[in-house]
Structure formats: structure tokens, C-alpha cells
Design a binder for this molecule. Sequence first.
Ligand code: GLY
Length: 369
Amino acid sequence: MTTQTQGVTDEIVPVHTPSRFYEVHVGRNILQTAGDLVARAAGGEAAAIISDSHVAPLYGDCVRASLETAGYRTTLLQFPAGERNKRFSTLATLLEQLAQAELSRRDVIVALGGGVTGDMAGLAAALYLRGIQVVQIPTSLLAMVDSSVGGKTAVDLDAGKNLAGAFLQPSVVLADVTCLHTLSKELFVDSCGEVIKHGVLADPVLFAELEAHPITSPHYDDADLARIVARNVAIKRDVVNADEREQGVRQTLNLGHTLGHAIEAASDYQLGHGSSVAAGLCCVTRAAEALGWCEEGTGARVERVCEAHGLPTNTQLDCDTMMRYAVHDKKRHGQTVNLIVPTAIGSVEIRTVDLDQLREVIRLGCGKQ
Ligand code: GLY
């Protein structure tokens, strides 16, 4: 006898950007009911699930069955897992496969997986037939709290990560925290970098909870994790609602990223994105405190919470190397960079700094010449 676990939707976070209204459903075992939720949000007759070689064997059949029960004709497209495959060549193969599956403008792409899958399936949806709907089903913590919400899609170029993409808001996002049971400890820890970032950015209560109980601890059950994911989504939602295309306040989501991207790129992407952001966040907070831009004690609190989650709090890179990678960041404008700086736990400001000031931030934050 098989037992079907009943799905529980813990929270629905509405997102209201200028280009689209949609809901983020956060819950437990909601993959089993994905078909109905996709049909309600996106309609259409055919659904192409795009997933990678890690996630498709775990959840592909379940999502496919649910879509078919809801009346969809389905196809499951699988690409090799890994950031190194987030390239135009993989995207081109997926686009050809969508055409072979005869998806029409009314149909829908379902992105099932982590950040790489969401980015690439989202971009395929933005390009195929000049744009069809995409549903995001994130299965990693990083994708649940960050990349599945807000409509950024991209592939990498030789010159850097995410340098070719488009904005396409999803029709609905389904975050099933029970998928986190199959996420490796390493990837779970890595994702915590973005969760801590959200606390520093906008939520002293969330940050205090992370200080009291790291989300890597057994203190949290699935319902707690759903609450934490929903809180993170709401923080990002507030920013994206105000500035869908990153002309202003959305830049604050890049807290920790200017130095974090440099650390990530210098490691040749061997250090995870969330871990790199954690190290970048600690460095920029220490520098902000030393420069009198930030409430005293903030750097030590951020460092402690990152450490408690098993995340790095600094880098071994020297100042010249950090500068070389930081100035290649796509967020640089000529000779200045918009640096996101914490002013206290729960608030940040955007400071436009020149390259000399950036070097000083690196020197103070990383403790290197
Ligand atoms: N991950 C930053 C953003 O979506 O804007």
C-alpha cells in the first residue's frame, strides 16, 4: 500500500511587480499538487519541465504526474547539472527541444531545480516564441529564498557569470521545503549566506533568530523552515515590488556581493555563491564599521552568525587580487561602484565609491594590504 502525504501550504506571499502579479506558495509536500497550482496560475495545454541531472531523477516523475493529472501534456527536458553548463550551448539545445515538443505560446515551462535551472529555464521561456510563461519550482534553499523570485534569468559568458539574460517574472513559484531533505549539507550551509544577508538588509528579528538558532541546527522543523523561507521571500518581494529592474533600491539585494563576487570569481567558482556572499558581507560590514558608516558591534554580530552557520568570514586574497576581480563586476559604472553598506542590523545604504575608496574598504574589511 502506498501512502500519499497530504500537501500543506504554510504561506502564500503575493508579489506585485509592474510587469506581473504572482504568488509564491511555500509549504510542505506541495509538489504533489503542483499541477493544479500551475494550471490555475498559467493555464495552457502543454508543460515542459526543465530540470538537471541531479533533480530530475528525484522529483521529475512526481511533478510530471501531478501536471498530467491536472490535464497537461508533458515533456521532461534534462540537462547536465552544474554551473559550468549554464551556457548558451545548453540553452540552444533546450530551445530546440521545446520546439520539438511543439510548445505553443499558450503553454508553460516549469523550472524544477536550483538556481542554475531557474536561471536557464527562465531565459528559455523569455526567448522561446519571443516569450512564454514560466513557473519556478525551486528545490534548493538558495533558489527558494533568492533566485526563483524577482524574474532575473541568465546564462554565463566567458567574461563572467550571468552576463546575458532577461527579466521574466514567473507565473507562480512553488517552494516545497521537503525538497531540502535531499539537499547536501554543503549546499544547505552555502544557501544560508543569502538568508543572513536578508536579515542584515531588512530584518533584525530574523537576524536575531539566526543568532539564537542557526538554521543548520535541529531546532528547525519543516514548518519552521517554511516560515523562514516565506520571510525571506517577503523581504525580497518588498524590494522587487519597488524596483523590478534594478534601477534603484533593488541594488541593495547585492549586499555582500561586490566583494563576494570577487572572492567567488578568484576561487574560479570553487567557493559557493552563498559562502562567497557571507565572506563579502563580513568584509564590507567590518570596513563600514571602521569607517564610521555603521553601528558599532555590527561587524562582530555578522561574523558570529556566519561562523555559527559554518560560513567563511574573510578571504585569504590580497588587496590587488580583490581589486582586480571587484572592478570587473558587472555592477561597476565607469570609475565608481555602488557599494551596499550596512548601517546597522536591518538597514543598509547605497554608497557610490571611487576605486580608491573601494581599495580602502577592501583593506579595512579583509585586513590585507
Ligand atoms: N539576487 C539579487 C536580485 O535578484 O536582484
